[in-house]
Design a protein around this ligand. Structure first.
Ligand code: B12
Ligand code: SF4
Length: 470
């Protein structure tokens, strides 16, 4: 049968198989009733790039489905040479395997390729766990998929794992990072129901820092591609022409303003658009250079990852070698932001090796900085191909940390832990959830979180009700 599309991308459903039973909180844990509803930027970027190269592409968005009936129906109708599933977090992994099965049921000759921040670092594992998956793309997908669609021999394509007969072959090497200045604008209209979601524009991709729990430095090789301000603002203008000025805009970056002069120019340019926006940056990034312009540009939420106020934990995380400087700089940022109208949200993590002392240090920081409007507090989950997993023995020996072997999590290759002899996983979850509510003003918490849901009155109210029992 004639293939309708070269590649059909799929944004998979989230946690509809084997839902982790434990109540969820913090950035790794969303309430069951209010799921994150956001555009899968990885998939949209690949769709936009390959379309610009002349390939016929389509996106199927099942991310909000609560069973597979819709997916089954849609997949049965469509014919494509390749199906590409974007597994971005462990919460869509089992669902990705099930989609692969459904694809092969009705499209026996199609190839299934998967990638994304979760699937990539798993390398050969998805191929071992599902006969229906043919290729895993380990890193960025643009050039790799282009090669695949052009029919290049798989053995000659760096950074993929694939099936060859009964063998699984893991190719070494990788392409240089994609220069995001050279990518086409995101083709929002290609994403089903795109208007329901928070519009997003990439400012930079990748991260030079090496936090030990994070997969980004594996997927992006600790290299960064930053958009030139002119290019960014052009794309933002295009995005606003589609979504209008009434919604808030997410500017996607591991750390906004890694080139602080660009950060300043972008903030100045954003002011002219007169739209609310937000991004994320580290407390120890060079924000002094652009913070005045940022706070004067309708920047709605200052969303920063501090992760801990305990010097010992900060060192263990690989966040900084100089905790006093790091903590001092956070305090300066707080003092600057409170003079503005922006909401200040600071993110924390219940890390491996937390002791009574380290938790107390973070709590006393929160108590002495009541100007913080909202926090996210998440128990750490160990991920594959991170230094934390590789050096987990250190935390076992020194702090009595252990893996919490909970099937509903580990089957997703998300590895929760008992952080130390002082705390179990369950306690770290309960405490994180409590701290989050105690130290957050509900209104501000929802303003920060609204970038990850549909920005409707009802969704925001529902979020507040569920999270704060209000
Ligand atoms: C921005 C971001 C978000 C945003 C937007 C996410 C979105 N829908 O796109 C928001 C805030 C909504 C979000 C939410 C969540 N996120 Co998030 N997020 C990120 C962040 C910082 C950047 C991702 C990004 O957009 N990158 C830019 C795009 C272009 O790059 P990319 O996704 O890597 O895609 C490239 C490749 O991976 C590959 N690729 C991607 N898809 C595919 C598909 C195919 C077929 C192929 C071949 C290749 C491929 O090619 C792409 C282009 O080069 C990452 C960390 C990071 N540094 O990447 C965490 C990260 C992905 N998020 C994470 C998590 C846990 C979550 C949540 C589960 C948190 C929660 N509250 O529940 C939710 C889940 C959201 C969901 N819908 O599933 C984790 C995932 C860890 C894991 N292994 O499970 C990460 C890695 C951060 C971390 N280390 O903790 N997130
Ligand atoms: S700063 Fe953020 S994206 Fe960069 S390594 Fe640390 S956690 Fe990962």
């Amino acid at each position: 049968m004639e293939k309708e599309f070269d590649i059909v991308f799929i944004d998979p459903p989230k946690v509809i198989l084997g839902l982790p039973e434990e109540g969820r909180s913090g950035s790794f844990f969303t309430s069951e009733t209010v799921k994150i509803n956001a555009i899968n930027i990885g998939v949209l970027s690949l769709f936009s790039y390959l379309s610009s190269k002349g390939f016929s592409c389509k996106i199927l968005n099942f991310s909000e489905d609560s069973d597979f009936s819709n997916a089954k129906r849609e997949i049965e109708k469509i014919r494509a040479s390749y199906f590409g599933i974007g597994s971005q977090s462990g919460f869509d992994y089992l669902e990705t395997l099930e989609l692969a099965r459904l694809i092969k049921e009705s499209n026996q000759d199609s190839k299934v390729v998967i990638g994304g921040q979760h699937a990539g670092p798993l390398e050969e594992i998805p191929l071992k766990e599902s006969r229906d998956i043919d290729i895993v793309v380990k890193f960025e997908g643009e050039y790799v998929l282009e090669d695949i669609l052009k029919g290049k021999l798989l053995r000659e394509i760096p950074g993929i794992v694939y099936r060859k007969g009964n063998k699984i072959v893991n190719n070494n090497g990788r392409y240089d990072p994609v220069n995001i200045n050279e990518l086409p604008f995101l083709e929002y209209e290609g994403y089903p129901n795109y208007k329901k979601y928070t519009p997003v524009v990439e400012e930079s991709r990748g991260c030079p820092y090496g936090c030990k729990y994070c997969t980004s430095n594996w997927v992006n090789k600790r290299q960064v591609s930053i958009k030139k301000p002119e290019r960014f603002l052009e794309e933002m203008e295009y995005c606003i022409s589609i979504y209008g000025t009434k919604v808030s805009y997410a500017v996607n970056a591991c750390t906004y303003g890694m080139n602080p002069d660009y950060g300043k120019k972008i903030a100045i340019g954003m002011k002219k658009f007169n739209v609310k926006w937000s991004s994320e940056f580290r407390v120890d990034s060079p924000w002094e250079v652009y913070i005045d312009e940022l706070l004067d540009s309708n920047y709605e939420v200052v969303n920063v990852g501090m992760e801990s106020a305990s010097p010992e934990v900060l060192i263990n995380m690989g966040k900084t070698r100089d905790p006093a400087y790091y903590i001092g700089k956070t305090k300066k940022l707080i003092q600057r932001v409170i003079k503005s109208d922006a909401v200040l949200r600071v993110n924390f993590m219940f890390y491996a090796g937390e002791t009574l002392k380290t938790v107390k240090e973070t709590l006393s920081f929160l108590m002495s900085n009541p100007e913080i409007d909202a926090i996210l507090y998440s128990p750490v989950i160990v991920l594959r191909n991170t230094p934390l997993m590789e050096n987990f023995d250190f935390f076992k020996r020194k702090y009595g940390a252990r893996y919490a072997k909970i099937e509903s999590w580990t089957s997703r290759h998300l590895y929760p832990i008992h952080p130390s002899r002082y705390f179990t996983f369950e306690e770290s979850m309960i405490l994180s959830s409590l701290f989050e509510r105690i130290f957050s003003d509900p209104e501000s918490w929802c303003t920060a979180q609204k970038y990850e849901i549909h920005q409707t009155e009802e969704d925001i109210l529902a979020l507040k009700r569920v999270h704060f029992n209000e």
